[in-house]
Design a protein around this ligand. Structure first.
Ligand SMILES: [Zn+2]
Length: 230
């Protein structure tokens, strides 16, 4: 019964991780537009992210934040150093103060930030179809400015892991593009680093980060964050 009630309110509070529940509750408190947001868990060890937001496909669907339980925050913490450094900076803490737990909470809060961003498109354009069209246009143009155009950092990292990144660069004639951006086309570590920096600098990402910081600020005490730095 309790579960049914919570589901009808749009959020799945069955998730055992107390942090997750707290983040979602705070997000809805701060931004009531998020009331219809759905939270779902998946388990995909191949996906180099702890979570992502999925837009509805039609007016009957809800916005969903997926939380990936298949990859540990420890793994993301070690594999996505650049993102970890950037998150630490956003939170006003040093890299040594960053923990896998803080990163996990930040990512979930960040994904609700994307959901909030999308809810603004939806109320502005009035329908899922129109909102998606405009959202995709904006997203595509932002991703096309990245060193490896049109591809998100987790996908580039995946390509690096399965050994296809160098070939992708050659096949898509990206060598001169990378050089013009001051990137060594043979330095795959540098390419990934710059892809992550460029991605974090897109407006969609900066806005989602801002919401994440806002949510975490609400819980700075229980998260063990230094209030003076906020
Ligand atoms: Zn994001």
């Amino acid at each position: 019964m309790e579960n049914m009630q919570n589901q009808s309110e749009g959020s799945n509070f069955q998730i055992t991780d107390h942090d997750i529940e707290k983040i979602i509750t705070t997000a809805i408190e701060l931004h009531p537009q998020l009331r219809g947001l759905k939270i779902e868990t998946i388990s995909d060890p191949g996906l180099m992210t702890l979570g992502f937001h999925r837009r509805p496909k039609n007016n009957d669907e809800a916005s969903v934040v997926y939380i990936n339980l298949g990859v540990s925050s420890e793994k993301i913490f070690s594999e996505r150093k650049t993102s970890v450094q950037q998150v630490a900076r956003k939170l006003g803490i040093s890299e040594s103060q960053m923990t896998p737990r803080l990163l996990k909470i930040f990512i979930i809060a960040h994904e609700t930030g994307h959901a909030y961003d999308y809810s603004k498109f939806l109320s502005h354009y009035g329908s899922v179809e129109a909102a998606n069209k405009h959202w995709e246009e904006k997203r595509c143009s932002e991703l096309n400015d990245l060193p490896i155009p049109g591809i998100t950092p987790p996908s580039v990292i995946k390509m690096h892991h399965n050994g296809s990144l160098a070939q992708y660069i050659t096949e898509n004639n990206l060598t001169s593009r990378l050089i013009s951006m001051g990137i060594d086309p043979n330095n795959l570590t540098q390419i990934i680093e710059r892809q992550q920096i460029g991605y974090k600098d897109t407006t969609a990402e900066r806005d989602a980060d801002e919401i994440a910081v806002q949510i975490m600020r609400k819980h700075s005490k229980t998260l063990g964050l230094d209030l003076d730095k906020w």
